[in-house]
Design a protein around this ligand. Sequence first.
Ligand SMILES: [Ca+2]
Length: 261
Amino acid sequence: MNGKNSVEVIWRKRATRALALVFLLGILISTTGLCSAAEVWSDNFDDCNCEGWTIDSCSAADGTLRSLSTGGFACRESSITEGTWSFDLELKEYVSGPELGFEMGAVTPTVFFMSTHPEETPWYFYSVYSTLVYTQTGTKPILEIRKNNANGGGAFTTWVKLASYDLEEDDFGWKHIDVARTAGGQITVWLNGTMVMQAVDNEISTSEYFVFMANEDMAIDNIVLDDVPRFAGITVELLAVGAVVSLVIVASILWVWRRRG
Ligand SMILES: [Ca+2]
């Protein structure tokens, strides 16, 4: 083996070790996050009251937070911008029409997991919005990640859709939803444990309230907020770390080659 080849072998070994380190670092970051998760607040409404909430046309009489009329809403102070929001949401089929305000969209159960106060203008939010489409054979529920449009004030007229997911036809009823948002603005949504939507958005970086809005007789339950984002595979932060480490490795190799040349 000549000198050039042996140096190449050494560098190949070092590159392999560096890649292994990056991989281990990723695993370490993700598992550290999972282990140090801490609940910020939760409510299962089993005490049948809405203590801690500001409500308008909502009730917890049946052990869930249920809207009593079209456009009922409930909000609770919540400043979490990085973490996991988990809840059960009741998706229901309903007859739509202009008289029910369907065109405005104000009738479907929506969770504004990061939000300013809904009565302030402009209203800044990220939300998980549920809607439905009528097909030839039935009705299909749809979930969307939405945010406000900075140029407008209303949640249902000036929103921006970041991602959407079609459920199976007629798949209504209670759904368990987890939403995670990382410091890098990556939003991931799981439906009954399966990842269904992902988007990256950094426009909104603060939150004052967690807000629930729904049509009459639709509900939310078992809300748990955690200050650590549920792990969603390769996050934007991990990609950034990987890119920086890769750049350092490549730069080091080039530097050594130049010195040798
Ligand atoms: Ca309950």
